[in-house]
Structures are given as C-alpha cells and as structure tokens.
Design a protein around this ligand. Structure first.
Ligand SMILES: NC(=O)c1ccc[n+]([C@@H]2O[C@H](COP(=O)([O-])OP(=O)(O)OC[C@H]3O[C@@H](n4cnc5c(N)ncnc54)[C@H](O)[C@@H]3O)[C@@H](O)[C@H]2O)c1
Length: 253
C-alpha cells in the first residue's frame, strides 16, 4: 500500500487490530502495516486472517483467532502481542456485531446480550487488558475504540440495541481517557457514519438504505477504505497534550 505513511511514528511498534478481517478492519490493519508497525490481526476466521497478514506491508505481523466475547481470550492475546510483536503501543478495537430487528417487539434477550457482550463488555475488558500492559511498559500508548453515528442518532434499520451498546462505548471511552491520560495513553473513539460493509448491508431494507443515504449531507455512503483517515488518533508523534487527555468522537463518513 504505497503512499500511506504520515510519519506516524509507529515504526516497529506493536499494534492490535480486532475485527481485522472486517470491512473497515482490513484497511485499518493495512494502514498500520504501511506505517511500519507490527500488526496482530485478531478475528474469528483463521484462513481470512492468514490471507490478510500475508498481504500486509512490512514484516512481523501475526494472526490471532479469538472470540472476544470470551473475556479469557483478552490477556492471552495481549501477552502474545507483548512477546511476539516486541511490545504493545496501540489497540484498535473494531470487533462488533449488529443484529437488525424490524420491530423492537422482535428483540430478544439474546439479541440484547450478544450485542452488549461483544460491543461494550468485551470492549471494556480488552481495553483494560491492553492499558495494563501499556502502563506497565511505561511508554504511553494509543487506544482507539469504534462507536457509530448511531450512538447519538439511535440508529437506523432496526439497530436500537446496537446503538445503545455504541452509546456505552462513547461513555466508556471518555472515562478511560481520563483514567489513562496520566500514563500518556490516549483513548479516543472513531464514529463512522455509514460504510459499505457486511455489517451495514446485512438485513438492511433497501428503502431504509436509500433514506439513510439521503439523510447524509453528501448523499453518499463511504467505502471502508475511506475510514483510514481516522489514523489521526493513533499517530504516536502527536503530543497527547495537544488535545488534553479527554477523548473526542469523530464522524469519518
Ligand atoms: N460499516 C458501517 O457503516 C459502520 C458504521 C458505524 C460504525 N461501524 C463500526 O465500525 C467497526 C467495524 O465495522 P465493519 O463495518 O467493518 O463490520 P464487519 O461486520 O465488516 O466487521 C466486524 C468484524 O468483527 C468480527 N467479530 C464479530 N464477532 C466477533 C467476536 N465474537 N470475536 C472476535 N471478532 C468478532 C467479525 O469477524 C468481523 O471481522 C465496528 O465497531 C462497527 O460497529 C461501522
């Protein structure tokens, strides 16, 4: 991926990307690799992970199969990153699920639990595992969570429960930013609008899709690659003090 390196200061640094084989996760993993970072790509599908890692720029990248809803997987993958990437400087946590239901009457307890278990609960515990390792290393770090425009719109196309979980991600991110700021670990959240990925398009009513598109100022649904712009947050050479320790959400599409 020539041409993507903003002098991010990440050469040789360890980066964990979850949801790495997803629509947005893939270009995010590629963008990190292009900065010279060493990427641990985390996902559920071994073959897809191996193929992603094989195609990344640079060297030292590894694939990790994990079900992040299983909290016991977190310390294991952080330890592996420390041992095999030579340290951990960035966690970009993209893994999430969206289960659309046409009517809130159709939402089951299992729908609620599965989305909150991964999108919010696992996000908290994984961020904490990564932050612990960063604090221990004493070199600062970058944690990037992924929320959604739905955290404040309430979501479109049967995504009320998902949206609630993403609202939690914003609150959590702000709290963690205050917690870890003194350790020079910034915690920020990227809030995509809409990007053409499996998550957006699965079970989405075409009329809702058109309405969503029309509601966007540019009348446009982004391609996942465009979310690379969010790399602003994980640049190592941007002084944390330039923004203070508090987190910000940004809409990138
Ligand atoms: N695509 C959009 O329009 C959009 C909009 C707003 C926010 N987002 C957010 O951006 C991030 C990336 O979304 P995307 O569109 O690339 O989604 P995607 O569905 O393409 O990718 C999600 C990834 O999460 C992984 N995953 C799911 N369950 C997992 C589990 N239990 N353990 C480990 N990994 C698991 C999947 O394997 C997949 O690779 C998500 O946090 C999503 O909520 C996306």
């Amino acid at each position: 991926m020539a041409g993507w390196n903003l002098g991010a200061g990440l050469e040789g640094k360890g980066v964990i990307v979850t949801g790495a084989t997803g629509g947005i996760g893939r270009p995010v993993a590629e963008a990190f690799a292009a900065t010279g970072a060493r990427v641990m790509a985390v996902g559920r599908d071994h073959a897809k992970l191996e193929s992603l890692v094989a195609g990344l720029d640079g060297e030292g990248h590894i694939a990790e199969v994990a079900d992040l809803a299983d909290l016991e997987s977190h310390d294991r993958l952080v330890d592996r990153a420390l041992n095999e990437l030579g340290g951990l400087y960035v966690l970009a946590n993209l893994a999430a699920v969206l289960r659309r239901r046409d009517s809130v009457e159709d939402v089951t307890e299992e729908d609620w639990d599965s989305q909150h278990d991964l999108n919010l609960k696992a996000a908290f515990f994984l961020c904490r595992s990564a932050a612990r390792a960063m604090v221990e290393a004493g070199q600062g770090g970058r944690i990037v969570t992924f929320t959604s425009q739905s955290w404040w719109t309430g979501g479109f196309g049967g995504s009320v429960v998902y949206s609630a979980s993403k609202g939690g991600v914003v609150s959590m991110t702000r709290g963690l930013a205050r917690t870890y700021g003194p350790h020079r670990i910034t915690v920020n959240s990227v809030s995509p609008g809409q990007a053409h990925t499996d998550m957006l398009m699965t079970d989405l009513n075409p009329e809702v899709y058109e309405a969503m598109k029309a509601a966007t100022p540019l009348g446009y649904v982004a391609e996942p690659e465009e979310t690379r712009a969010a790399s602003f947050f994980w640049r190592a050479n941007m002084p944390a003090t330039s923004r203070g320790p508090l987190s910000t959400s940004v809409v990138v599409s």
